[in-house]
Design a binder for this molecule. Structure first.
Ligand SMILES: O=P(O)(O)OC[C@@H](O)[C@@H](O)c1c[nH]c2ccccc12
Length: 264
């Protein structure tokens, strides 16, 4: 099968080159300095985890390469409000258009509708994209260890820190985890989905979580559909969940969040 991550890397680097040609580093920095102030993403997760035992990062996701169209009735600001009303701690918003039908405007408009911190969910290959994320209003970026080498990962994390943003470091196997633990970020996400094959299993979380030191804030990503799934990863050390599809498929997103987290 074709390697999706490889394909994404190719068009994303080309897209970024086009954007950089139109807007220099200095210009994108000026935009980032003028952006809405950072909302503490990690701090919010810690607060909500301390209060409830588990925090939710709720994802706004219209489509994906593995599932196709997930939600036809797609209104990012309305979804953001519904997630906030349900009790989500933070939002994750896809901005990649080619594979996920996301858009930068989804992030801008959804974030403006709520007071929650927001993760820009995209494929980052250049610190310029981190500054761009801040210019859009993002409070946290994603660093996918399967997509970047150690030098680039460190550069992305450093750029995020320069803008007071958090960085969620995503891993899928032991080698990626060991590389992630060398980075100066407390937020580690174990992606239960293999980005090359799309296989999803919570066994991945159970196997890898044992190797994550207690002082890291561990996020369980992908393939969480029920309260039982949430309990299963919580018992293996998850402090937060990152959930997209199972919430996006519900008409009533607010009660879907309450059911998943057993919020009253
Ligand atoms: O829709 P799910 O199975 O609940 O998964 C959400 C999130 O983990 C997933 O969208 C994701 C995790 N890592 C990514 C990297 C890029 C794009 C998407 C992702």
């Amino acid at each position: 099968m074709s390697d999706t991550l490889e394909r994404i890397g190719i068009y994303k680097r080309a897209e970024t080159a086009r954007r950089k040609a139109a807007l220099s580093y200095a210009d994108i920095c000026a935009k980032a300095r003028a952006a809405s102030p950072v909302r503490g993403f990690f701090r919010q997760l810690q607060t909500r985890q301390a209060a409830d035992g588990l925090a939710l990062i709720a994802e706004i996701k219209k489509a994906s390469p593995s599932k196709g169209l997930i939600r036809a009735d797609f209104d990012p600001p309305a979804l953001a409000r519904a997630y906030e009303d349900g009790g989500a701690a933070c939002l994750s918003i896809l901005t990649d258009t080619e594979s996920f039908e996301g858009a930068d405007s989804h992030l801008v408009e959804a974030r403006a509708a709520v007071s929650l911190p927001v993760l820009r969910k995209d494929f980052l290959y250049d610190p310029w994209q981190v500054v761009e994320a801040r210019a859009l209003g993002a409070d946290c970026i994603l660093v996918i260890m399967a997509a970047v080498d150690d030098t680039l990962a460190a550069d992305l994390v450093a750029e995020a820190a320069r803008w007071d943003m958090d960085a969620l470091i995503e891993v899928h196997d032991r080698a990626e985890l060991d590389r992630a633990l060398a980075l100066p970020s407390p937020l580690i996400g174990i992606n239960n989905r293999n980005l090359r094959t799309f296989d999803v299993t919570l066994d991945t979380f159970e196997a890898l979580s044992a190797h994550v030191p207690e002082d890291r804030f561990l996020v369980a990503e992908s393939g969480i559909f029920s309260f039982d799934d949430a309990e299963r990863v919580r018992k293996s050390g998850a402090k937060a969940l990152l959930v997209g599809e199972s919430l996006m498929r519900q008409n009533d997103v607010t009660s879907a969040v309450k059911d998943l987290m057993k919020f009253a």
